[in-house]
Design a binder for this molecule. Structure first.
Ligand SMILES: C[S@@+](CC[C@H](N)C(=O)[O-])C[C@H]1O[C@@H](n2cnc3c(N)ncnc32)[C@H](O)[C@@H]1O
Length: 397
């Protein structure tokens, strides 16, 4: 059946209407005229698959990645970069509009929309190392990922033949140093000397035990040095993270008392502490908290402390008075309990950093009982994917 694709949905899939029913078609973009096969029919929507492009959209560019459309990693490579930004801005604006919230969003683009990621996670099944094929557990073997940094791509070739089954996470810093973490039941015999000849190998961790070298990396950003353990979170895109850190610095002053919830290795806390604010960070991963305490020391920042705890458990017990709260939760967003406490303690400002606009708008609707939006940003942290980072700076009404 022939259809014209009208727009993109929130997951970067083309949308066409068949007998007025919305039909989601991966790998198609607005303006494509295609032959589509319906693969799933539901009461309110269909899912479809492109059988043939009859006329391609004037917007379409050729995806650079040979695995595009096969691996589930990115969805937007057949659009010019500027259009992916327009799409993300419109998507977040419309989401707020649907919830009757007017919003005026500033956009922070990525200066390196390819080869930006400092971390990738690869699956290994029967010696094939790569990503899962969209919506399956079959692995598409890859030689490189166009979103990953060069140092990571170089490492993929080198580690590829060492593992039969398991998972490999490769991390690097801007200095091209590499940390490889492997989860596997294989009896491994990794030629460390060969790896060291080819890449700046800092360490190899196997099943959470250090196999060679260190189990952490250092990264320098915004005049701060961060130690990051293999199991601690770190922002995946240093080019955009530096702008996120700058936004935090720009919105904190010396007189502030800041609570940084979900603080990881202390990145945002240290940005605030650098401005002279007193800061308390809360994080649930032990190594991340140890990193954060160490990071405060190596950056000579004394006005900051960290506690190891679940935010949910500890938030109502924190006795210090805060006028500013930073939250940077996982995609699931804030729990009802955290929102209730925030509405009770009513800090002057809440800086909400989010990697999922759906949970951001859900949480803001509850917070809007007391808070209004002073400033809103989207940051293109995850270029060529449908994902988007957002920041809301909320001030008490
Ligand atoms: C999106 S990351 C943000 C980290 C940090 N703000 C940064 O910029 O690197 C979310 C962090 O929240 C932590 N986390 C997840 N659930 C948590 C919880 N219930 N309590 C405390 N920390 C949590 C994760 O371990 C992770 O470090």
């Amino acid at each position: 059946m022939q259809v014209k694709v009208e727009k993109l949905d929130d997951l970067g899939r083309g949308i066409a209407f068949i007998d007025n029913k919305v039909t989601f078609i991966p790998s198609s973009i607005p303006g494509d005229i295609i032959n589509v096969k319906i693969t799933k029919e539901k009461k309110n929507y269909n899912e479809g698959e492109v059988i043939e492009f009859i006329k391609t959209s004037p917007l379409r560019v050729e995806a650079k990645c040979p695995y595009f459309s096969i691996c589930g990693g990115c969805q937007l490579q057949s659009l010019p970069y500027e259009k992916t930004i327009e799409y993300k801005k419109e998507k977040v604006t419309n989401l707020f509009k649907k919830n009757k919230i007017d919003i005026n969003i500033d956009t922070v683009v990525n200066t390196h929309p390819y080869n930006y990621r400092n971390k990738i996670n690869l699956k290994v099944v029967d010696g094939k190392m790569g990503f899962y094929v969209n919506k399956t557990h079959n692995v598409v073997e890859i030689d490189e990922c166009l979103l990953a940094s060069d140092a990571i791509n170089k490492s993929i070739h080198l580690i590829k033949n060492n593992i039969k089954n398991g998972e490999v996470t490769i991390r690097c810093n801007q200095n091209k140093e590499v940390l490889i973490s492997i989860i596997s039941d294989d009896l491994l015999d990794i030629d460390i000397n060969h790896l060291k000849e080819k890449i700046k190998l800092v360490g190899v961790v196997v099943n959470d035990k250090t196999y060679y070298g260190e189990n952490f990396l250092f990264e320098r950003m915004n005049n701060l040095l961060f130690k990051v353990s293999n199991d601690a979170f770190f922002q995946v895109n240093p080019y955009v993270a530096t702008k996120l850190f700058q936004i935090i610095e720009d919105n904190v002053s010396k007189s502030d008392k800041v609570l940084d919830l979900y603080c990881g290795v202390g990145t945002l806390s240290l940005c605030a502490a650098k401005k002279g604010a007193s800061v308390l960070g809360v994080e649930v991963v032990e190594n991340a908290v140890l990193n954060a305490l160490f990071n405060a020391k190596i950056n000579d920042l004394e006005n900051v402390n960290f506690v190891l705890n679940d935010v949910d458990e500890v938030i109502s017990k924190i006795s210090m008075d805060f006028n500013k709260v930073i939250v940077d939760p996982p995609r699931s967003g804030l729990t009802k309990r955290v929102i209730e406490v925030l509405l009770k303690i009513r800090p002057d400002e809440i800086i909400y950093v989010s990697c999922d606009p759906q949970t951001l708008v859900r949480d803001y609707k509850l917070l809007s009982e007391v808070y209004k939006i002073r400033k809103a940003y989207i940051l293109d942290m995850f270029s060529y994917t449908y994902h988007v980072e957002s920041i809301l700076i909320l001030t008490r009404k």
